[in-house]
Design a binder for this molecule. Sequence first.
Ligand code: AMP
Length: 380
Amino acid sequence: MRPLLPGSTVGVLGGGQLGRMLAFEAHRMGYRVVVLDPAEDGPAGLVADDIVVGKWTDAKAALELAKRADVVTLETEHIPFEVLAELEKAGVALRPAAEVLRVVQNRLRQKQFLHENGFPQPAFAHVHDAASLADAVSVIGAPAVLKSLTGGYDGKGQSRALSAEGADEAWSRIGRQPCIYEAFVPFRAEVSVVLARGAEGAIAYYPLAENVHRHGVLHTTRAPARVDLAVAREAQEIASGIATALGHVGVMAVEMFLLEDDSLLVNEIAPRVHNSGHYTFGACATSQFEQHLRAVCGLPLGDPAQMRPAAMLNLLGDSWARGEPDWSAVFATPGAALHLYGKADARPGRKMGHVTVTAESADEALARCEAIHARLQPPG
Ligand code: AMP
């Protein structure tokens, strides 16, 4: 495929906040954006040049999107493989390829892929009936986490078994569906590598990000992470090995657990721009959104260098419990930038926006994020 230059149209499957930020960067660079989303007024639909209103499961709607675009990409890994395969069958330029999504969107397949390619991960077993659960408990032990095979994100479809005796009840909590039984990892930190892989296989990494999750949802990211250079390098090697083995094109995030002995275990692969890379928009020479557009348009990757230490705070719907939050805490904080996604309905736990802060150090940036978080909590 020849490089797609400004003036071309990028089609995005999905219309959430990731698509919205892709659209902002695409517009700055002179590209047009068309999105596929069931809602006309979703975060990306509100700012895109064009929208196809339709379900992600609707191959006809996806083909209509492709007709209006020069290249098609995605902002969620939950677009069904069958829809992506239809696009490829019709000759659509799809980046990343359907095969990448086939491997990643099913947790068992993703884990088997990691295993077959020798990437480190927590011990796991496939649970599909009472006997396989008993086997998993006897081999892996407890505590453990049960995770649904599909549809899980932000800690959804997960259930913890604190003891071997509690495993059956934990499985019941997620409806006794086929799932993964995974060893609970006593991690020292959670980190992620956000990288971009170009159409010709070149890779550009961002500095290792350090993430804190609350109730399974990302709370804060700081970059760079507090790790030795050797650990950051190893994490980057693992992530680039994964991107290359998958033949991925675009931005990818690989979330990992960092253990006390500095070893790393892969938790999850996201074949798209990622929440832990939001700080790159403002803190790095090229944001993850521009980088993704460059990759899928067949352009050289941009410079991923981080210009300032940074941190990010997710804004969940809980902060709206008493109405619109008082944004003065954000605007009065040096180095802080507010990003809101334009979602009308602020349900608890829903990602409504985020704040990035750049400062002299990532510690300072994170401290300012936490101070903003404290000020945005509705009074008890
Ligand atoms: P996931 O949706 O799989 O990324 O899980 C959401 C969060 O749950 C992770 O970021 C961790 O904080 C926690 N978690 C998931 N799996 C494990 C595990 N095997 N051991 C410890 N914590 C985990």
